[in-house]
Structures are given as structure tokens and as C-alpha cells.
Design a protein around this ligand. Structure first.
Ligand SMILES: *[C@@H]1O[C@H](CO)[C@@H](O)[C@H](O)[C@H]1NC(C)=O
Ligand SMILES: *[C@@H]1O[C@H](CO)[C@@H](O)[C@H](O)[C@H]1NC(C)=O
Ligand SMILES: *[C@@H]1O[C@H](CO)[C@@H](O)[C@H](O)[C@H]1NC(C)=O
Ligand SMILES: *[C@@H]1O[C@H](CO)[C@@H](O)[C@H](O)[C@H]1NC(C)=O
Ligand SMILES: *[C@@H]1O[C@H](CO)[C@@H](O)[C@H](O)[C@H]1NC(C)=O
Ligand SMILES: *[C@@H]1O[C@H](CO)[C@@H](O)[C@H](O)[C@H]1NC(C)=O
Ligand SMILES: *[C@@H]1O[C@H](CO)[C@@H](O)[C@H](O)[C@H]1NC(C)=O
Length: 417
């Protein structure tokens, strides 16, 4: 009996494995079906499909679950349509990822999957699901900050003319997406939800971060992430962000930039519009280290929110709260237009610009922020040029070390309650 079933299993294995493992290629079209089984690793066949059909071809992932047990790195896609109908599930082998994740240079971060090349469409048709198995990472990280080797889910690296649409993420490992050294990137109709079900917070599960990239469109996203929802980092130019709904996030961010004062960081021409935020640390904010570079021509328009810790915030010394007035990062031509919602405390805006480079040409119109109970909020301003004509009446000065996360005790310390 035992021998017979052993034989049956052995035969099944011999006959089933080779045909299942093959990518089915017809002309330049590859079709991939999941291997099936909890212990299988679909990475080799996915990489094989990328290799066979990644140039002047198409790759279709049929429905079902693909287990991803290894890093994926493919930078030479060219004229390729990738259609994903299935679920990609990343393995929970923390030790493997910590030692194999691919460096993305920025702040020592790394990624599980890096793609690049030219003219690529990745469509998920609302069916693709990327499951990072992030709970393992949240529990392992225990609310700590950036953990080296904890991988970004998907990184666009030296990517030109990429279109990414209709994908859902569930419990990403770290940031959902990162766009670096890329140009003409459109990412639409994405749904992201990193929610921890233990006592540990997700931490660093940003929706996206852009860096050294230009011409980026980000639209129609719903993001629950516990960290920055959309974050525009150094050397990003021409970024248009619209119709984004974020829950429990950091809202719309410029930065952090300027961490390495020997390398200037520039941000130009960014629009955030039609943004909805619920339960957020901030809504429309600019965060820099005391470094070099500039933030120029940024618009926050039609931002609607509920229960935001500190809706409008400018800091020149994020995280350290030191040397705030030494920052040489010039912040100029920034507009906040039609910003309305409720603040958790009595502060609507805390804006401390550096004395070394006062903010220039800040413009405000239709700012309507109240406390949750309807009470008035304070607008705190320091080192802003032409404050009297900027369209917002400041109610006091903003201390250099004004904290990002307001709590009653910090407000008491600053004499603001
Ligand atoms: C491979 O694709 C061809 C064309 O679509 C189809 O006829 C064939 O059944 C497929 N084979 C397998 C093993 O899926
Ligand atoms: C930008 O990329 C899109 C694909 O997302 C492509 O259709 C368009 O032609 C590209 N634009 C330029 C100027 O190359
Ligand atoms: C995100 O996921 C959590 C946990 O599964 C769920 O409670 C919440 O409703 C989801 N959020 C959205 C916006 O779908
Ligand atoms: C945003 O979603 C709406 C509703 O589904 C759709 O009509 C619109 O085309 C989408 N916009 C983009 C840029 O995909
Ligand atoms: C905004 O995006 C959401 C998806 O996040 C979509 O359901 C909605 O229709 C979009 N609204 C508009 C006006 O495009
Ligand atoms: C940003 O671009 C400038 C000029 O091109 C370059 O000197 C600098 O190193 C870049 N900064 C970063 C952080 O990559
Ligand atoms: C400011 O940014 C907007 C939106 O990206 C752009 O249309 C405009 O030309 C920019 N203005 C300048 C002076 O560069």
C-alpha cells in the first residue's frame, strides 16, 4: 500500500513537473501559468518569460497564485506588454531577502523586484494582486525605522515610457513602489493596502517615492499605508499627482531631501490635485534636511481631509530637529489652493523656513481648516518672504524644531494649548 502510493506520487511528480514548468511561447507571446503547490517557486519561470518575450513581445500571467521566492532583476525590457491576471505572493524567508535584495542606492534601500528598459505596459486589469506577505516584516521590524535589506516591492529603474495600471497590493514588504532614474512613467488605478493585524505598525510602507526621475503621472490610487502616501524625493521634475485617496498615511510629501549636503537635491514642477486624506499625520508638506538644493514650483490643489495631525507643514530639519536655520535648500513658488478639512489639534499649519534661505513666493488661497470640534486653528510662520501678501494670515511664529507629530505634550511645551 505504502509502496504503491509512493510510486503514484513519484510518477505524478515525473510527469507533471516538466510540462507545468514550461513557459508556453507562441511567436513572441509568452503565457505563464502558476506551478501550483505551496512549496513551488515560480521565479525561474517568470524570469524565463521575461527573457524569452521581454523584447518586442508580450507576457501574460494567467489567473492563479505565483510564489516568488527570489529577487527579480530585469532592466532591458523593450516594447513589451505584460498582462497580469494572477496573484504574486512573495516568500517570507526574511533571511533570504535581507541578504539578496537588490540595492537601489537611495538611503541604502533595496528592492525585491527591479524593472527597467523602454516602452513597457504592465496591466493588471484590476485582477493582478501583489501580496508582499508583509505581516512577517512588520512583526519582525517591531516599529523600528528603515531596516537594511527590507525590500521595496517594485522598483522602476532606468525605465522610460512605462505604463502601469490596475494592480492591487496587499501587505507590501516595505515601500510599495519606487521610481528612480526614470522618465515618462504613468501609474494609474493602483490600489494599495498595508494594514498590520498585530500590535506592530507597518512602518515605511510608502505608496510611492520618486527620485532622480521626470515626467511622471500618478492618478486614481487608493492607498492605506501608515507612512508617506505619495512622496517626491530629490531630483524629481514634472510630477503630476491626481485623484488619490489615502487612509492612515503621511499624505502628500515633498522630501525628505538634502540628507547628504555634498549632493544637492532639486525638485521642480510638481502638482498634487484632488486628494482625499483620512486620518493622516500631515496633508500637504515639505520636509528637508539642512542640506543643499531647491524645491520650486509645487502646487497642492483641492486637498480635502479629515482628522489630520498637522495639515500644512514645512520643516528644514526633519527627524533631527537640529541646524534648522542652516538649511540652504531654497523653497520657492509653492501654492496651496482649496485646502479644507479638519485638524486633530489646534494647528492648521506649522511652517519654519530656514533663516539661511527664507521661503520665497508662498501663495495660499481658499484655506479652510478647523479643529475636529469646529474650533479655530493656528497658522504658524517663520522666515517667509512677503508674508503679508501670501494670502494666509499667520497667527504666530513657528519654532525651528516644530515637531511633525503633534501631541498634546509637544503643544504644551511650545505654549500652544
Ligand atoms: C500553449 O499555447 C497554445 C496556443 O495558445 C495552446 O494551443 C496550447 O494548448 C498551450 N499549451 C499549454 C501546455 O498550455
Ligand atoms: C510616454 O509613455 C507612454 C506609455 O506610457 C507612451 O505612449 C508615450 O508615447 C510616451 N511619450 C513620449 C513623449 O515618449
Ligand atoms: C485595508 O485592509 C484592512 C485589513 O484587511 C481593512 O480593514 C480595510 O478596510 C482596508 N482598507 C481599504 C481602503 O480597503
Ligand atoms: C480614473 O478612474 C475613472 C473611474 O474609473 C476613469 O473614468 C478614469 O479614466 C481614470 N483615470 C485614469 C487616468 O486612468
Ligand atoms: C478616482 O480614483 C478612484 C480609484 O481610486 C476611482 O474609483 C474614481 O472613479 C476616480 N475618480 C475620478 C473622478 O476619476
Ligand atoms: C541631483 O542632481 C544634481 C545635478 O544633476 C547632482 O549633482 C546631485 O548629485 C543629484 N542628487 C542626488 C541626491 O542624486
Ligand atoms: C510649474 O509647474 C507646472 C506644472 O508642472 C508647469 O505647467 C509650469 O510650466 C511650471 N512653471 C514654470 C515657471 O516652470
Amino acid at each position: 500500500m505504502l509502496v504503491k502510493s509512493f510510486l503514484r506520487c513519484a510518477l505524478l511528480f515525473v510527469f507533471a513537473a516538466p510540462s507545468d514548468a514550461a513557459v508556453n511561447k507562441t511567436g513572441s507571446a509568452c503565457v505563464v501559468t502558476p506551478l501550483g503547490g505551496a512549496s513551488s517557486d515560480d521565479t525561474p519561470q517568470i524570469l524565463d518569460a521575461f527573457k524569452q518575450c521581454g523584447q518586442d513581445g508580450s507576457i501574460t500571467f494567467t489567473e492563479g497564485t505565483y510564489n516568488i521566492g527570489q529577487v527579480m532583476d530585469k532592466l532591458d525590457f523593450r516594447n513589451c506588454d505584460i498582462n497580469i491576471y494572477g496573484t504574486f505572493v512573495w516568500s517570507t524567508d526574511i533571511q533570504y531577502w535581507l541578504s539578496h535584495s537588490i540595492s537601489v542606492v537611495y538611503a541604502g534601500r533595496s528592492t525585491a523586484w527591479r524593472i527597467g528598459g523602454t516602452n513597457v505596459n504592465i496591466r493588471g486589469y484590476g485582477k493582478a494582486l501583489f501580496d508582499g506577505n508583509g505581516q512577517k516584516w512588520y512583526d519582525e521590524n517591531k516599529n523600528a525605522g528603515n531596516q537594511n535589506g527590507r525590500p521595496i516591492s517594485l522598483t522602476l529603474w532606468q525605465a522610460t515610457n512605462f505604463f502601469i495600471d490596475g494592480i492591487t497590493w496587499k501587505q507590501t514588504q516595505f515601500w510599495h513602489t519606487f521610481v528612480a532614474h526614470s522618465q515618462n512613467i504613468t501609474m494609474t488605478n493602483l490600489d494599495m493596502n498595508a494594514t498590520s493585524n498585530s500590535q506592530y505598525k507597518t512602518v515605511n510602507t510608502d505608496g510611492t517615492d520618486t527620485w532622480n526621475s521626470k515626467d511622471i503621472v500618478i492618478s486614481n490610487w487608493t492607498v492605506t499605508c501608515g507612512d508617506d502616501c505619495i512622496s517626491i524625493k530629490g531630483n524629481s521634475t514634472n510630477v503630476y499627482v491626481s485623484n488619490i485617496t489615502c487612509y492612515s498615511s503621511g499624505g502628500m510629501c515633498i522630501g525628505s531631501i538634502g540628507q547628504d549636503s555634498s549632493k544637492p537635491d532639486y525638485i521642480d514642477n510638481v502638482v498634487f490635485e484632488d486628494i482625499h486624506l483620512t486620518h493622516s499625520s500631515n496633508a500637504a508638506w515639505i520636509k528637508t534636511y539642512p542640506g543643499n538644493g531647491h524645491v520650486k514650483n509645487v502646487t497642492f490643489r483641492n486637498i480635502e481631509f479629515t482628522n489630520v495631525n498637522q495639515p500644512i507643514y514645512i520643516t528644514t530639519c526633519i527627524y533631527s530637529q537640529q541646524n534648522c536655520d542652516a538649511s540652504r535648500i531654497q523653497i520657492s513658488d509653492i501654492t496651496w489652493e482649496n485646502i479644507h478639512g479638519t485638524a486633530r489639534y489646534n494647528v492648521g499649519a506649522g511652517m519654519h523656513c530656514s533663516t539661511a534661505a527664507p521661503c520665497q513666493n508662498l501663495q495660499f488661497s481658499d484655506i479652510d481648516i478647523t479643529q475636529m470640534d469646529g474650533g479655530a486653528v493656528k497658522y504658524l510662520c517663520s522666515n517667509i518672504a512677503d508674508e503679508s501678501t501670501m494670502g494666509l494670515k499667520c497667527t504666530g511664529t513657528c519654532p525651528a524644531n516644530f515637531p511633525q507629530q503633534l501631541v498634546i505634550s509637544s503643544l504644551c511645551r511650545l505654549g500652544l494649548t
